[in-house]
Design a protein around this ligand. Structure first.
Ligand SMILES: [Zn+2]
Ligand SMILES: [Zn+2]
Length: 174
């Protein structure tokens, strides 16, 4: 039986996450061996959105990775972004909040533990900004998608559920 696209994408997400977790574990193992320590493993997820390839949430011991960027180049993502974020966790577990995020301690982990040139920034494409169109009623502002905006410009009337007035387009030239 063919899978629906939804099932396919769900399964794919799980595969991506397990590959990332495996890589993160490997990075932790390397740090354990280098420092003769047993670092606490972080939970990993694919919740990262926007311009960042990944973020390390130090207090929660959580790593968020950007699926959109992973897809562009999985190998590069695994070899740069995952160690970059794990290195933040390592530094935090050694030094706490006393050092700079991309300071010499983090750079040393990147270089000596992972053999990677410490780069603060990634080279992945950032997701396109969704084009939004602003409308207003008598009580608030509303964001319209391009499709809804087109329909409104063709004469479809949208009514605010709050104040029952017709939504008006706020022209960008104002
Ligand atoms: Zn960083
Ligand atoms: Zn309203």
């Amino acid at each position: 039986m063919p899978l629906t696209s939804r099932q396919t994408s769900l399964n794919y997400d799980e595969d991506v996450l397990s590959i990332i977790i495996e890589k993160a574990d490997h990075c932790f193992d390397k740090a354990d061996a280098f420092f003769g320590n047993k670092f606490k493993r972080s939970s990993c997820n694919l919740k990262q959105r926007g311009r960042a390839a990944g973020t390390a949430h130090l207090q929660k011991n959580e790593l968020r990775f950007n699926h959109f960027m992973y897809q562009q180049s999985p190998a590069e993502f695994l070899n740069t972004v995952v160690p970059h974020e794990v290195a933040h966790i390592i530094v935090f577990q050694i030094y706490g909040n006393t050092v700079k995020p991309h300071g010499k301690e983090w750079q040393a982990v990147m270089l000596k533990v992972y053999g990677i040139r410490p780069n603060r920034t990634h080279t992945f494409d950032v997701p396109p900004q969704k084009q939004a169109f602003e409308y207003h009623c008598s009580c608030q502002k509303h964001q319209f998608t391009k499709q809804r905006h087109t329909r409104a410009q063709r004469g479809v009337e949208y009514i605010c559920k709050g104040c029952r007035s017709t939504l008006q387009f706020i022209s960008k030239d104002n």
